[in-house]
Design a protein around this ligand. Structure first.
Ligand SMILES: Nc1ncnc2c1ncn2[C@@H]1O[C@H](COP(=O)(O)OP(=O)(O)OP(=O)(O)O)[C@@H](O)[C@H]1O
Ligand SMILES: [Mg+2]
Length: 337
């Protein structure tokens, strides 16, 4: 049954406050803390709102401790919000956890949701029973995921004995076996080698494009973002700092570009390049400079040639997502749109 909420995530004024006991020093202090516990609040998620439509794939980014996992846990019904409203597929997740779980898939890269002691195949079979999936249909789905994620060689292995990369692919398959229409991924590529990352990314993209699954993804790997995501939601200290188009985000903050110059032979360029920030000068043959975005590269080439420099190679590097994020994570007050 398709309704207007199918595949959507709606978050309104959502907050989560944790109360932490203040520890007093010394043994007496510890004892006193038991009775007179002073508590202080941590605003892990601080009044955030957004709406994700069916079929969107959204990158949920932010530095360590920003509130990403806390948000995902509230969206999937694991944690109760302190205040605010969540609708996932039109359902409030915390008080309807069983119902909401039927149509969502969740992967926490840091821990498995499979049965540690069972062989992988039996873990899947248990999910078949839990989700009441028809046997024939189950076989068909499992075969598809075995193929997509390359699970064949370790299906009979105990989950606890799987390598991290094998376990992560298995977890992803497990999160999909009941055909959810929304997928929540909290660091699904953490600790994976480049080939396994590739398999995971391609699977996520495939599911999003072919099956129109809505995806919300947290990651510290910016290649995940560049490969998968069009929309970025940036959270820092529990507050949303940006919500919008990824490319626009990168362009909006691009104030400078870096130019890498490789000369055929050494020439002293320091004087003619003054006015630019020289980031590197290696034996007067390799230079890396930072120039304003609107500075003409032709102009720079002219200056070099005037000094007698013969250019073997020149590369222009625009500011990347990583550079922009670094500035924001460092706490610079960049005006975010
Ligand atoms: N159960 C808890 N009790 C107390 N504080 C918590 C709890 N869970 C999270 N926090 C605090 O809430 C804040 C947000 O944590 P969260 O795990 O959501 O961050 P994150 O954005 O997922 O970070 P990371 O990138 O490191 O995974 C942190 O300051 C964290 O210490
Ligand atoms: Mg986290």
């Amino acid at each position: 049954m398709e309704d207007q909420y199918s595949g959507t995530i709606i978050v309104e004024n959502l907050s989560k406050v944790f109360y932490i006991r203040k520890r007093k020093q010394g043994i007496l202090g510890s004892i006193l803390s038991l009775f007179y516990a002073e508590k202080y609040p941590i605003y892990a998620v601080d009044n955030i709102s957004f709406r994700i439509e069916k079929g969107e794939i959204v990158g949920y980014l932010g530095p360590n401790g920003a509130g990403k996992s806390t948000t995902i846990k509230m969206l999937t019904g694991i944690l109760m919000p302190t205040s605010g409203r969540i609708l996932v597929n039109g359902i409030e997740p915390f008080s309807n956890r069983k119902v909401v779980t039927k149509n969502i898939g969740v992967v926490f890269g840091q821990r498995t949701q499979l049965w540690w002691d069972l062989p992988l195949y039996e873990s899947f079979d248990l999910l078949r029973i839990i989700y009441k999936i028809d046997s024939k249909e189950f076989k068909k789905r499992l075969e598809e995921y075995i193929e997509l994620l390359g699970l064949e060689s370790f299906l009979n292995q105990q989950v606890r004995k799987l390598s991290l990369g094998q376990r992560m692919r298995a977890d992803l398959a497990a999160s999909l076996i009941h055909h959810p229409n929304i997928l929540f991924l909290d660091e699904p590529t953490i600790g994976l080698d480049i080939l396994t990352k590739d398999v995971v990314r391609k699977t996520i993209k495939h599911l999003n494009q072919q099956k129109k699954i809505t995806v919300i993804l947290t990651t510290h790997d910016l290649e995940d973002i560049e490969y998968l995501v069009h929309r970025l939601i940036l959270i820092d200290k529990g507050k949303i700092r940006y919500d919008g188009d990824l490319n626009q985000f990168i362009h909006q903050y691009q104030k400078s570009k870096r130019i890498l110059i490789h000369l055929e032979e050494e020439v002293k360029l320091e004087n003619s390049l003054n006015g630019y920030k020289i980031l590197k000068n290696d034996m007067n043959r390799f230079f890396e400079i930072e120039v304003p975005m609107d500075e003409s590269v032709g102009n720079i080439i002219n200056k070099i040639q005037t000094m007698g420099g013969r250019i073997q190679d020149i590369t222009v590097k625009k500011q990347e997502l990583a550079d922009t994020l670094k500035e924001i994570y460092k706490g610079k007050e960049i005006e975010l749109g």
